[in-house]
Ligand binder design. Structure first.
Ligand code: AP5
Ligand code: MG
Length: 214
């Protein structure tokens, strides 16, 4: 099963993608996580991506497309995968479709997690990310057992640089301009499925499972 997660920054794509990947035993591929790992490791790609990410802008398509097209052809993707944060522009979607078509494949579902902008700003301010393993928490909606410490690896939690309120506003603007058109793109292909992302995390997950089938 090949699934795309669509939705504004902070809609809960990452939260849900992790749960879906675990349930269906398919890899969770997050371009944001890939870039953050590259930044942490000081790679050339990481250095380039950081200049855009810190400003709330999208990393240029040419730095993203080949990376994802290569990733989805690796052995662990044979039974499918869940893409989180890609595609984010029409050219990215076209490049994925073209690469899949060459393999005789196509995306099965584009799950669109809908959350109004007002809710997003509140969510992002409360999100905390682990500096060690990248796990995501929320001070109110998904707290850790011990404040400021990751439940999984024990490392420190931080507010992501791009989760500061002014950058969140910028990311929302970029989302509406460049990513929202993908909703129509996948609707036309007949694979768009909308989910109300304002429900609690477990309810959102159950709604997605219902769409994908057990
Ligand atoms: P990326 O990491 O993909 O960020 P994003 O799309 O802005 O989305 P987020 O990860 O911020 O939110 P999410 O939807 O995953 O929400 P989450 O589950 O964490 O990208 C970062 C940057 O990298 C981009 O700005 C861009 O520069 C670059 N980039 C990445 N991919 C790119 C691409 N393809 N092309 C170009 N550039 C690219 O949830 C948010 C918070 O809410 C959490 O704290 C969570 O605990 C909480 N929460 C989740 N669900 C619920 C719920 N139902 N109720 C209450 N709280 C909830
Ligand atoms: Mg995410």
């Amino acid at each position: 099963m090949k699934i795309i997660m669509l939705g504004a920054p902070g809609a809960g794509k990452g939260t849900q993608a992790k749960k879906i990947a675990a349930k269906y035993q398919i890899p969770h591929i997050s371009t944001g996580d890939i870039f953050r790992a590259n930044i942490k490791n000081g790679t050339e790609l990481g250095k380039k991506a950081k200049t855009y990410m810190d400003q709330g802008l999208l990393v240029p398509d040419e730095l993203v497309c080949d990376l994802v097209v290569d990733r989805v052809q690796q052995a662990d993707c044979e039974k499918g995968y869940i893409l989180d944060g890609f595609p984010r522009t029409i050219p990215q979607a076209e490049s994925l479709d073209k690469a899949l078509a060459a393999l005789g494949e196509s995306v099965d579902y584009a799950v669109n997690v809908e959350v109004p902008d007002e809710n997003i700003v509140k969510r992002m301010g409360g999100r905390r990310a682990c500096v060690g393993c990248g796990a995501t928490y929320h001070m109110e909606f998904a707290p850790t057992k011990k404040e400021g410490i990751c439940d999984t690896c024990g490392a420190e939690l931080i507010l992501r640089d791009d989760d500061k309120p002014e950058t969140v506003q910028k990311r929302l603007g970029v989302y509406h301009d460049q990513t929202q058109p993908l909703i129509e793109y996948y609707h036309k292909k007949g694979i768009l499925r909308d989910v109300d992302g304002t429900m609690d995390m477990e309810e959102v997950f159950q709604a997605i499972v219902k769409i994908l089938g057990a």
